[in-house]
Every structure is written in structure tokens, then in C-alpha cells.
Design a binder for this molecule. Structure first.
Ligand SMILES: Nc1ncnc2c1ncn2[C@@H]1O[C@H](COP(=O)(O)OP(=O)(O)OP(=O)(O)O)[C@@H](O)[C@H]1O
Ligand SMILES: [Mg+2]
Length: 340
């Protein structure tokens, strides 16, 4: 795991959060260096330790649901909704964690996550309710739909050999739908991985757009969400161009979702959770086998999506989905069909 105070080649501070996940599955952040780094960290930690039981006079924190590299997510009871007799007054509430909160851009990143998620209206994308600030403890937070279910990383722990196609298709197709929709809206997720997808009682939900951004320019109706001082990635799912040039595009998401699909189908990450540049240098793609439980028609598209070279990864989420659903057709033209 990265030392929290190491710097990367550009002199940006790298932060990898503590946790039990495999090293390649933690989100790493690179912030522009701040001269006041250590005092800011201490201040943020002490603020967290004094987080109140009720935020903004309305959200009663009940328990921790999960913690990632950026934030902690709690189950909370909306006291106002409860007062008006809402039979299900529960929400999920995301606050920034201590490592992250010290960055001067932290609240803007949380606001960006809120805006991007709200922008996407799709059955398989998590719904957000609001962005709030508790003025007493000076904490920004997001309230959102409380998902009840299993994230895909937890599902993989329960099913270490992966899932047969008849189960897998009910996860993979909606996930590709959600991703194709986000890309069609001009939004790149930026951190696709098993712990950012929930198999909930209401179906598959893609969430955690904390590292998301507009693929180009500014999205209509949204503020300019600047990220000049901030970069992040999850090593085991980040495509080479993201690790080497901090370059994020729909194709970066395609590499990551292909890793997730491969893992769900076989129980194993295609490249042993290694950073893609290391896997590429070790030629781990040579002889990569199709997962045995995946229908044969799916492999050419999945293999294309796993290409280390972004220019060879010439397939969209919608095309992967079509290849998975249309039995014997190669959806984007015979001429471009690769030889594997
Ligand atoms: N709306 C929700 N309902 C239920 N559980 C949730 C919800 N949102 C997040 N979680 C749980 O909290 C965990 C962390 O949430 P999230 O991925 O948003 O945090 P993060 O810090 O941005 O993570 P990352 O390490 O990916 O950057 C999730 O993996 C999931 O288990
Ligand atoms: Mg996450």
C-alpha cells in the first residue's frame, strides 16, 4: 500500500487509505502539495472525532455502512421524514474521511460527486437526495438512497469461483446499461470496481461517482467541476493511460468494467489485481483465457475491452452489452473483428 505521505512523479501527494482490501483495490489519491499538509491533517482528524450524532439537526446517524478511500458512508434516520410518518425514513449519508478532508478541494470533490450522480437518471444508477453542510461541525455531506444488498466485492467473497452466466447476466447487463447511459450523457465514472457496484434488493446500482467527471468540457446545467489539483485511481482497475498520464476517458471505464466482468465470471481478476502497467510489462495478457462459465460469444468483446492499449480497446459499453446479448453477431462490424 502507498505510504500516506509519499509523493508521485509529479510531486503530488499520494494517499492510500488503510483497510483490509487487496492493495490493488484501494483508491489512491494524488493532491497538489500543500505547505500546511500536516497541520491540516491533524485538524481534519480532530473534526472527525467530534462528529455529532445528528447532522444538520435532521439526520440521526445509526451505523457505519462502509468506508472507502474518500469517505465513510453511514445509515441514518431522517427525523423530518419520520415526523411526517414516512414508513421508510432511512437514508445513506456520505461524509469525507480524515485523509481526504484535509485537501482544500475535498468539499468540491464531494459536491462534484453529488452533481454528477444527480445528473444521471437511470434505474441502475444510485439516486442521491441532497448535498448539505452541518454548520456546527463544518462538515459537508451527501444524502442518498439507502441500498440494501451486497457490493460485488462482498458477493465475490461469498462466491469465490464466480457466477454462472444465468446469474451473471442479471448483474452484468444492467451494469453495462448504466455505464453506457453515463457515457452517452458525457460522464465518465473514473473508479469502476466491485466495491462501487451494489446488487441491491431493487436491482443493480452503480454508485460512487466521486472520481467521475465530464468526458469533455462542461456538462449542460452543471457547474464547472475543476480537478486540476486532484487525481485518483484504484491500481487494480486503472487502465495504463490513467496510471501513466492521468488520462481519463470512457475507455478507461471500459478497461475497469471488463476486469470486473472477468472477475465475476471466473472468481479471479484477469491480471491478479496488479496495476495494469505492471501486468502489461509482464505480458500477462498473452494467453489470457476466456472464463469457462462465460458464453463463447462474449469473449471477443470482453478481450477487446481488456486491451492495455487504449487505441486497441475500441469498444463501447453498449457494444459490449450487445455482444453479450445478441447470440452470433459481432456488433461493430466484421472488418474490425480481432483475431482472438
Ligand atoms: N447508498 C448506499 N447505501 C448503502 N451502502 C452504501 C451506500 N453508499 C456506499 N455504501 C457502502 O459504503 C462503501 C463506501 O462507499 P463509497 O464507495 O461511496 O466510498 P468511497 O470512499 O468513495 O470509496 P472508494 O474507496 O471507492 O473511493 C461502499 O462500498 C458500500 O459498501
Ligand atoms: Mg467506493
Amino acid at each position: 500500500m502507498t505510504d500516506p505521505l509519499q509523493t508521485d512523479a509529479d510531486g503530488q501527494a499520494l494517499v492510500a487509505p488503510p483497510g483490509d482490501d487487496p492493495p490493488g483495490d484501494l483508491t489512491c489519491y494524488a493532491f497538489a502539495q500543500s505547505k500546511n499538509r500536516e497541520p491540516a491533517r491533524l485538524a481534519a482528524r480532530s473534526a472527525l472525532s467530534t462528529m455529532p450524532d445528528v447532522l444538520a439537526g435532521r439526520y440521526c446517524i445509526e451505523r457505519l455502512l462502509g468506508a472507502g478511500g474518500m469517505g465513510a458512508v453511514y445509515r441514518a434516520r431522517d427525523l423530518l421524514a419520520e415526523q411526517y410518518g414516512d414508513p421508510d425514513p432511512y437514508v445513506a449519508l456520505k461524509v469525507l474521511n480524515q485523509d481526504f478532508a484535509e485537501s482544500p478541494d475535498a468539499s468540491a470533490v464531494l459536491y462534484s460527486e453529488f452533481c454528477l450522480t444527480r445528473y444521471l437518471r437511470h434505474d441502475n444508477v444510485l439516486r442521491v437526495h441532497g448535498f448539505h453542510v452541518d454548520t456546527a461541525c463544518a462538515r459537508a455531506f451527501i444524502t442518498m438512497e439507502l441500498m440494501r444488498g451486497l457490493t460485488l466485492d462482498k458477493l465475490l467473497c461469498e462466491r469465490p469461483l464466480g457466477l454462472p452466466w444465468k446469474e451473471l447476466r442479471h448483474i452484468v447487463l444492467p451494469l453495462l446499461d448504466a455505464l453506457a447511459y453515463a457515457h452517452a450523457c458525457g460522464v465518465v465514472h473514473g473508479d469502476m470496481k466491485p466495491s462501487n457496484v451494489m446488487l441491491s434488493e431493487k436491482g443493480v446500482r452503480l454508485f460512487d461517482f466521486g472520481l467521475g467527471r465530464a468526458e469533455e468540457g462542461v456538462l449542460p446545467g452543471l457547474p464547472h467541476l475543476s480537478r486540476e489539483r486532484f487525481n485518483a485511481w484504484t491500481p487494480g482497475y486503472a487502465a495504463p493511460e490513467l496510471l501513466e498520464h492521468h488520462s481519463l476517458s470512457a475507455r478507461t471505464d471500459i478497461y475497469a468494467v471488463a476486469c470486473v466482468i472477468y472477475e465475476l465470471a471466473s472468481g479471479k481478476h484477469p491480471f491478479r489485481h496488479l496495476p495494469s502497467i505492471q501486468a502489461r510489462d509482464e505480458h500477462l495478457d498473452v494467453g489470457l483465457q476466456a472464463p469457462a462459465r462465460l458464453p463463447k460469444r462474449c469473449w471477443p468483446a470482453l478481450r477487446t475491452a481488456l486491451a492495455f492499449d487504449a487505441s486497441a480497446r475500441a469498444i463501447t459499453a453498449g457494444q459490449v452489452r450487445d455482444a453479450f446479448t445478441l447470440p452470433s453477431s459481432w456488433p461493430w462490424g466484421r472488418r474490425n473483428r480481432p483475431s482472438w
